[in-house]
Design a binder for this molecule. Sequence first.
Ligand code: ARG
Ligand code: ZN
Length: 860
Amino acid sequence: PLIRREDYTPFAWLVPTTHLDFALGLEKTRVVATLDVERNPDAEASPHLRLNGDGLEPVEVEVDGQAANSWAMDGETLIVTLPADRHTVRIVTEIDPSANTQLMGLYASNGMLCTQCEAEGFRRIAFFPDRPDVLSTYTVRMSGPKAQFPILLCNGNNTANGEGEHGTHWAEWHDPWPKPSYLFALVAGDLVANSDSFTTRSGRKVDLNIWVRDGDLPRTDHAMRSLKKSMEWDEEVFGREYDLDLFNIVAVSDFNMGAMENKGLNVFNTKYVLADEETATDGDYDGIEGVIAHEYFHNWSGNRITCRDWFQLSLKEGFTVLRDQLFSQDMQGEAVKRIEDVRVLRGVQFPEDSGPLAHPIRPDSFREISNFYTSTIYNKGAEVIRMMRTMAGPEKFRVGTDTYFDRHDGEAATCEDFVKSIEDGAGLDLQQFRLWYSQAGTPKIKAELVPDASRAVLKLTQTVPPTPGQPDKQPMPIPLKVAVHDRASGTLGEERLIVLDKAQDSFVFENVGDQPVLSINRGFSAPVSIEREISNADLVFLAARDDDPFARYEAFQDLVVGHLVAAASGDGLADDAKSAAREDITSAFAAILADDALEDTMRGELMLFPSQTYIAEQIEAADPGRIFAEREALKAHIGAALESDLVALHERASAIPFGFSQEARGSRKVKTQALVYLAAGAPEKAADMAAAQYDAADNMTDRQGSLMVLAGMTGTAARTGRLLDFYNRYKGNDLVIDKWFAIQASSLHPSVVEHVKALAEHPDFTMKNPNRVRSLYMAFAGNPHGFHDASGEGYRMIADLILELDPLNPQTAARFVPPLGRFRKLEAGRSALMREQLERIANADKLSRDTYEQVSRSLG
Ligand code: ARG
Ligand code: ZN
């Protein structure tokens, strides 16, 4: 059934306290849930207590200590009829964690037990009002075989422990903070901890533990450092202090998502915990720092203030993503982090916004909430709040967030509550701005700078494209940071913040020079796409000279995108136009290589080509084969034309010893980027250099970068040799073997389709582990070259995967549907082949609600 936001009603009963008693076993866990319930004075009265279940049967039902007969099942829901205003309801269920392949609820992973309850997993453990606006104080007792589960963890504080009969032991936990069921967590297993502590600014000493399997302990230091930095940063920047004496993190290798913010007991995918220089790349280190921060920050933006209903998901996710982005900016440098975040937004969220799955950051309806943990909710949600911050300035924005935390602490709130708090606290008028919460689609801005004697007039128009269910849109307020530079004198203009809140408007810039050049959406101040009339010469100027690093990056991207769009669509480009554009791009690229004032971390960003997906987004009926060919040809042109500069850069960077300084990290970034262009333009030289980089590598960044380049090459023995070496070197280390699969599945090798088929048969491949599935198939679905193979084989492989995975793990299976939903954007041949696969899935016998919803929305 379709669930609608407008249908929200409060739950008829309150559940002030919940007692859970677990008798743990991998194959059979018995759960006794005791709920104290009372009528909710703010809801319409009902004698029926409706408790969600999923795959559960009530073994015993008692009301006020008596076996109850006034209960009934309504589908999966248990309805207990209660005569008075207050009762105690006790329900026993039995579950089999080892059979839980969905990884939602209580499940077994490598001999341990763990939980994932967000969004609706708790109902797979116990009958309960499994909705985020029912807050309860939990006390939990668990017992189980001590040898198998020496460590017993839950939310809050450990209040008692003891030994039982037959080698069992037990633990009691109490969480003093009322919480919704989705924040419940329990872990039982054979784990060891990296332990430390943090003292909050008001003097609370918090014990910190990161729990992992025995051999993984040496790889937890970075995660612990990241946690302590996050705790300190949240106090300083948002005034938020931790509120328990204990904070536990557990790393689990079978996990559907990145991590989960359960109160006092975060559960993480091992990918976002474990790192050392031998096995993790710089990107992995940053990912860990960001996700540790994200989950920790949820303690306030998510746990202390939670969501009224799941339509408000962006209330906690958008805000928490913004908070983790600001944290990472402070840790690693603002410009580079901003560029990385925009790259994700454009690579994932923009396509979502322009496709059949487009939805506002506060959706109006859904069938399966798991499908709405999207880039729109997370990343666009963060951008929307960032715009408020940009308009208010950081100080007033802080007053706004303080207002929010003060007003709504302890509540299940709405996006509207947040906007109102920022409005009142920061002193903004956000009336029209609320459209960002209700309208889907990426606004398109046309910008034209018209010189007029000593002034220039900036003419802007905005359109918000139609999206499913939203044919007509209203203009939105769009904050744009703008400057007008002068190419003639090289003078850089001052930055202004303007807000375009109409369909059309003009803004005057006084005293501009002879050759005014528009620098717009600086710092990516608004999540929009901009079409500007601008010459290549102006873009080359901006790419070399703009004082806003993001604008500089953008200018080079625009130069490349503009060219590739022209070359790979319609009639393409005439030879002379093509070579002229290639020369412009190559000279801009050369200027980036030569700029001594640039740090390598930034140079590495500037060198990165726009992704094929992003280019395809700008083309009607895109032909992925043509885009790929043009993009590779341009890389080859740069690689050949700038061969000696790239070799010199690689040599300079290779001389810098391993370390975590910005300089050392930057050197690793440009080193691999240099190889990428050389591989296209001077392949023999590149193969030797890549093999040498691989062999000399004393860290995973260098090793993975060189192997990635080699994996895409033909005619070199270095390819197979190094792939084999990598496998043998890291056999048994799951996270690194994931890389081995992903490197091959995302390679530019002409036989990538065959490689992926062979890898699916590899003994290390399994459908049971989401990381492994993603490392092969998500990498492949994101590989424009393999996935869009003209035969349609790539589409078929992804459809096969979805059909095979759906019965095991619907949540992860459904995540593979969006790539197939792009068929309307493709040239006729591929479009038909892709659609055929979607229809094949739609016609399958039994589909999960997750996959069904995604496929039917995709077909429209
Ligand atoms: N709240 C978690 C996070 O952002 C994500 C959990 C998503 N879980 C799910 N089953 N979709 O950090
Ligand atoms: Zn989150």
